[in-house]
Structures are given as C-alpha cells and as structure tokens.
Design a protein around this ligand. Structure first.
Ligand code: UDP
Ligand code: MG
Length: 330
C-alpha cells in the first residue's frame, strides 16, 4: 500500500481550513480503511506566510489529528514556491506519492481514488484535468483557455485545463528536486520530467469560502512567467518583426526616392510622424521583452533560495500523537 501525502498550500485560508481538514481526513481514513493507502499517509498543510489564523489552525489540528502535518514558511513566497516546499518535505519523509491540491476545496477530492489507482497501475505522474469551466466566470474561462492555446503555439508542453491538482510518485519528486529554477511554473516543469503519465477528469467546484488569493495582477504575472520561463519564441518573433519592419522601411525608402525624382513628393508630415511613433513604440516593446528575459537570467543567476521553512510538524506513526517539531535555522 502506498504511503500517500496530500500537499495543500494555504495563504490566508482560515475560513476554509477547518472544512478542508475535515473532508480530507474523511477521505484519507476511507482510503486507509479500504486498503488503498498506508496508515502512515499524511496531509501536509503549507502555511505560505499567512497573516490570519491559518498556522494556528494547522497547529491545533495537528495536535488532535495525527494525519495532519504542517509546514510554515518564513514569509509569503507565492503559491508555486509554497507547493514546492510541501512536495520536497513530503519527499524527505519518504512518501510513495504526493497529491497536491488547493485549500479551497475547488478540486473534487472524490477523484483521489482514481489518482491512486493510476499510480498503482504504474503511472508516475497523474494530471487532474477539469471537465469543463462552467463554474468559472466568462473572463477567467476565456483568458485561461486562450492562454493554454497560446502556450501550445509557443511550443510549451502543458496539459490543457490542468492546474496544480496532480499526483507525483517518488521518482517524479526526485526528478523535480533537480529543477533548480527560481521562476517556478510547475505545470510547465512536470511534463518535462517524463515517465508514464495519465489523466483524471473532474468537475471544478466553486471556492468553499473566502476569496481568491490570485488577483488579476498575480495571475498576469504567473501567466507571463510561464511564457518567459519555457519559451524563447517571443525573442524569435521580435527578430522576425524587426526583419519585416526593415524590409517595409526599405520599400518606403525607394518609394520616397522615386517620388522625389518624379517631383510628386509632398510634405509628408503626418506619415512621418506616425511612422516615427510606431517604430519608437515597437522598439520599446521589443526591448521590454528582451529585458524581461535578461531580468530572469539575473534572478536565476543569483540562485536565491526559493523558500525557507520556519517550522515543520509531522506526526510520526511510531510515536503516534507525539508531535515532532523541527526548527530550521540558518
Ligand atoms: N496560495 C498560496 N500562496 C499565495 C496565493 C495562493 O499558497 O500567495 C494558495 C491558496 O491558499 C490556495 C491555492 O494557492 O490553496 C490557490 O489559490 P486560489 O484558490 O486563491 O486561486 P484560484 O483558485 O482563485 O485561481
Ligand atoms: Mg481556488
């Protein structure tokens, strides 16, 4: 039976956490009773530097429920880093597989059985894929689906309608730990790992309580990160646009000379002004895109740690409810 870990990143999730712990505990105990998961399986809640009572709730729950464990990050590092810290903690605790899911119960936990069945069939990676996006707003649905298509067009291998609800086996986790990049975009990295994989389809629910921790600004940054971390095509597009502009301006130049010779040249103030502005704008745009890649190289080169764990709580099986608290210091 596999030792399964659920990894749940939480940022200011006090409103949903009690319910999430309750439902996941029910799920885990059912899995254990059915012989689908080992008794040493655990849930790991990562507190991503929350400002509310999230960590206190995790501590309380871990004291009364042996299945609950927690990881507290020293500050808010964002969803992807929080998730990674949880995955690596699970890996260090020798689990067989990890299922990552959101704290807000948007991912249907009833399909967890299918995840584990596919793992037992030999899959190292199982992707949770949304059946439909009926419950998303029109804006979120169209932008998200357009984004997946755009990424595909740029040559990035990502799974359509899959977010971060997935199962990773221990070999996939080992492989993931070798990706050292700071600009994390896990749904782009996981397909690069390889191994046998499969999909599980589910219906995405609405948030149980509280509001989204991904405001538009964070979402745009995440989307842009995904593109610039996995594709150099924008740089190539810039080069092509530059070539086309040069050809066009050359044709314009010939036209201007010919008109001058024929004596039909007029004071082309408007066209001149327009083209100067247009080319100026285009250049700035191109420099901006190149700059964002340079900026990425800058942050990758520094190799700053992606997260720092302040405290870890795991209730070990042998000592039962004996809480193990490990404080990491520099
Ligand atoms: N989250 C996090 N750190 C952040 C932002 C979000 O750990 O800085 C977690 C959040 O608690 C949730 C998950 O990431 O478990 C997904 O966030 P959310 O549900 O707000 O995003 P949405 O579903 O609206 O895209
Ligand atoms: Mg959500």
């Amino acid at each position: 039976m596999p030792k399964v870990y659920f990894v749940v990143p939480c940022y200011n999730e006090e409103e949903v956490l009690n319910e999430t712990v309750k439902r996941l505990t029910e799920k885990l105990t059912k899995l254990i009773a059915a012989g689908k998961a080992d008794e040493t399986s655990r849930m790991l809640f990562v507190d991503d530097g929350s400002k509310d009572r999230t960590w206190e709730i995790i501590q309380e729950k871990s004291a009364e429920n042996k299945y609950v464990g927690g990881v507290k990050l020293s500050r808010n590092r964002g969803h992807q880093n929080a998730l990674l810290s949880g995955l690596m903690t699970a890996k260090d605790n020798c689990c067989d597989c990890v299922i990552s899911l959101d704290a807000d119960l948007q991912d249907d936990i009833e399909v967890i059985d299918e995840f584990i069945e596919k793992y037992m069939d030999g899959c190292e990676v199982v992707y949770g894929v949304r059946n439909s996006r009926k419950k998303d707003t029109f804006f979120k649905r169209t932008t998200a689906q357009g984004y997946y298509k755009f990424m595909k067009a740029l040559g990035v291998d990502i799974v359509y309608n899959h977010a971060d609800y997935r199962l990773l086996g221990s070999r996939a986790l080992d492989a993931l730990s070798e990706y050292k990049e700071v600009n994390l975009f896990l749904r782009g990295i996981v397909p690069l790992i390889g191994y046998r994989s499969d999909y599980v389809y589910y219906e995405r629910n609405e948030r149980f309580a509280g509001e989204s921790k991904y405001p538009l600004k964070k979402m745009l940054k995440f989307a842009f990160d995904g593109i610039t971390s996995f594709s150099v095509k924008p740089l190539k597009i810039i080069t092509n646009v530059g070539i086309i502009m040069c050809v066009l301006s050359f044709i314009g130049f010939i036209y201007a000379i010919v008109s001058l010779i024929l004596g039909i040249a007029t004071a082309g103030w408007t066209s001149l002004l327009c083209s100067i502005w247009f080319i100026g704008g285009l250049e700035m745009l191109c420099i901006g895109i190149v700059g964002s890649y340079v900026g990425k190289i800058y942050s990758e080169v520094k190799q700053r740690p992606r997260y720092r764990i302040e405290t870890t709580i795991i209730n070990e099986e042998k000592t039962d409810n004996n809480k193990k608290e490990k404080k990491q210091k520099d």
